[in-house]
Design a protein around this ligand. Sequence first.
Ligand code: B12
Length: 324
Amino acid sequence: MDKEQMRILIDAILQEIAQENLKRQSGHSESDTQNTLSGVPSESSPFSSAFQKPEPGSDFGKSGNLSIDLPDPTTDEMRLEPGVEDPIDPDGLTALMSTTTARIGGGRAGTRLRTKSLLLFQSDLAVTQDTLFQDVDPQILTQFKLFTVQTQITEGKEQYLLRPDLGRQLNDDARKIIQERCVKSPNVQICVGDGLSSFAIDTNLPKIYPVLEAGCKTAGLTLGTPFFIQYCRVGVMNDIGDLIQPDVLILLIGERPGLGRAESMSAYMAYRPTSGHTDADREVICNIFDDGGTNPLEAGAYAVQMAQKMIKIQASGVKSKLME
Ligand code: B12
């Protein structure tokens, strides 16, 4: 709401109060008073100049003198628009805002967030929730010939979020299928897991996967049979290691999404993963995404280099750091 609209609204309220007082003084009935105070302005109410009932078929919020529509707060332009009223250094503030994705310069309405900041927060949170609760696009899995197995989660995403321990263990069917279908003891086993962001996989897998595959072949590394793990946590690498016994396991997995940022993927890697391994035995190439993160093509090439190094020094994680 801009200043002019606010002024119209305040004038209308003051007029309404003045009229109420006049009515009371001239002995108007209680029911008339309730009618105008109930939130539905009467035809003669000064509110009606500000809030008109939407015409049939008209756009809601555009029918009166007062429009309650706000521009889309999620566009790049709107994100950079300062909400601080009359800033001392408007250019400085805009420049500062453009240096960070942190929610600065939003201003305030009294002690509260501005409507624009609140709407932006809500829509960004919706992106976060969508990527958490949606499944990875099955077409992408088909494109890369990935069959699907599951962890011990049986009750969907809610349970996945509440029980990370179950997401770290394959279920019995998965163990059987992997045993039957996968090449054993390859140099490199590539697996894909939904993790905490399906969108991260949808976005980055088509870019990173061909680089990983081609890079391993060029480096003379044998590849295992790739597959997809639904409801996947990083710790499942141990179960996969026990079943397939690869030299190096690369798990591509959706990272915990940020507010409005859903496309970030990680490649967790381990040398000869097995039961009892912890994150100290693993490495991670994180923040894999285009335009600001680790470019997925480069991340793929780097993962191949890292696999070669792990095989050479026969270690990963803290052990490999101690050998440097
Ligand atoms: C959540 C998180 C954590 C949580 C994990 C707890 C949990 N159970 O979820 C906590 C707070 C414990 C944590 C700790 C650390 N983390 Co952390 N973490 C993250 C975060 C925000 C999200 C990870 C994610 O989404 N994983 C995917 C989900 C599906 O995995 P998960 O199975 O649910 O959870 C496992 C992984 O998250 C893993 N993990 C988390 N951090 C790290 C770091 C490393 C090096 C490894 C190998 C594994 C690992 O631990 C969890 C349990 O197995 C990322 C940020 C990012 N952009 O990825 C940083 C991030 C991965 N963490 C990082 C670091 C450095 C660490 C620490 C080494 C910090 C420290 N100095 O102590 C420790 C070590 C972790 C360990 N487990 O031994 C860095 C890694 C940078 C790098 N390339 O090496 C990241 C990228 C943050 C950053 N930008 O600096 N982390």
